[in-house]
Design a binder for this molecule. Structure first.
Ligand code: PBG
Length: 341
């Protein structure tokens, strides 16, 4: 009989250890899988626009549309039928309504408020998330207001707090400050609480980078031309930094955020992973417009397999530590997951 040679092979090495054994059969791969994606992980962003009977494709995001509020009823029905837990609403307003201080953000009857009310009317149980930031409303395309040619943090805070209250009173469940001003989570929490809106959650874009991956989104909400060549680097983070992301996240947690967002998504999985380890806090990734466009473009060209590549990206988010993912692919994923049942 062949003697096991303990000298040559430790218990942890080949050939006693064959990693492929667990991977050999389908049943075993299923048992060994460490992460799983479910419909409960998905948040779907929806772009809304003014006018009626409008459904216009965003040219840099094939398959994604801006829709007018009269078409939102059907869309909410559809999203609800797919059992997606929550949507994020983004408005594109008329250019004439855009001002330096973005006053339209505080109009209780603005496009976004209308969309919130319609959504809640169609399905009160669908979670509604709204962006707290001024970029859809300013004529310069920035998320805050300008003072002496700079985005003024504290002046902006005051408006953001009012914006959050307008959205919450219209019926949104979660406000999502995406502006990266200092102190906004605490200020918004205090304002909401003062108005008795104690159960409105705050999903803070805590680690939001000054990224070129947002290009197609800025087309979608019509802020690209207003922003022109200006950058958001004085408030959004430098892609070179990760310690800074952890500081940002720590601050937002301490200020009262209920969950935090890391954005963009896939190029920033290291941030998600570090944040999950450090804080054990609910983390949401935003697979942003540019990520969608890259993938969709390759899918349309037949260069990447649609289902496999989309599900792979989702699992990567789960593996990194995400509790939920904001993704333009949400309906596609939900349809696929439902079919499997
Ligand atoms: C605006 C906002 C942006 C996104 C969400 N909210 C763009 C930006 O900061 O310029 C990006 C989403 C995407 O690219 O899909 N405050």
């Amino acid at each position: 009989m062949k003697q096991p040679s303990n000298k040559q092979f430790s218990i942890n090495s080949f050939p006693r250890v064959r990693m492929r054994r667990n991977r050999l059969s389908d049943f075993s791969r299923r048992l060994m899988s460490e992460n799983i994606l479910s419909i409960n992980d998905l948040i779907y962003p929806i772009f809304i626009t003014y006018g009626s009977n409008i459904k216009e494709e965003i040219s840099s995001m094939p398959g994604i549309y801006r829709i007018s509020t009269d078409l939102l009823y059907k869309e909410i029905d559809y999203i609800s039928s797919l059992e997606i837990p929550a949507i994020a609403l983004f408005p594109k307003i008329e250019n004439e309504l855009k001002t330096p201080n973005g006053e339209e953000a505080l109009n209780k009857n603005n496009l976004l408020c209308k969309a919130i009310k319609i959504t809640k009317k169609v399905n009160p149980n669908l979670g509604v998330i709204t962006d707290v930031a001024l970029d859809p409303y300013t004529n310069h395309g920035h998320d805050g207001v300008l003072h002496n040619n700079e985005i003024d943090n504290d002046l902006t805070l005051d408006i953001l707090c009012k914006q959050a209250i307008v959205q919450a009173e219209a019926g949104c469940d979660i406000v999502a400050p995406s502006d990266m001003m200092d102190g906004r989570v605490g200020a918004i929490r205090d304002s909401l609480d003062d108005y008795g809106l104690i159960n409105v959650q705050i999903m803070s874009y805590a680690a939001k980078y000054a990224s070129s991956f947002y290009g197609p989104f800025r087309d979608a909400i019509g802020s690209a031309s207003n922003l022109s060549k200006k950058t958001k680097k004085s408030y959004q983070m430098d892609p070179a930094n990760s310690d800074e992301a952890l500081r940002e996240i720590r601050l937002d947690i301490n200020e009262g955020a209920d969950m935090i967002i890391v954005k963009p998504g896939m190029p920033y999985l290291d941030i998600i992973s570090k944040a999950k380890k450090e804080f054990n806090f609910p983390i949401v990734a935003y697979q942003v417009s540019g990520e969608y466009s890259m993938l969709k473009n390759s899918i349309q060209n037949g260069w990447l397999d649609e289902k496999n590549i989309i599900f792979e990206t989702m699992l990567c988010f789960k593996r990194a530590g995400c509790d939920a993912i904001i993704t333009y692919f949400a309906p596609y994923i939900a349809k696929n997951l439902i079919k499997k049942i």
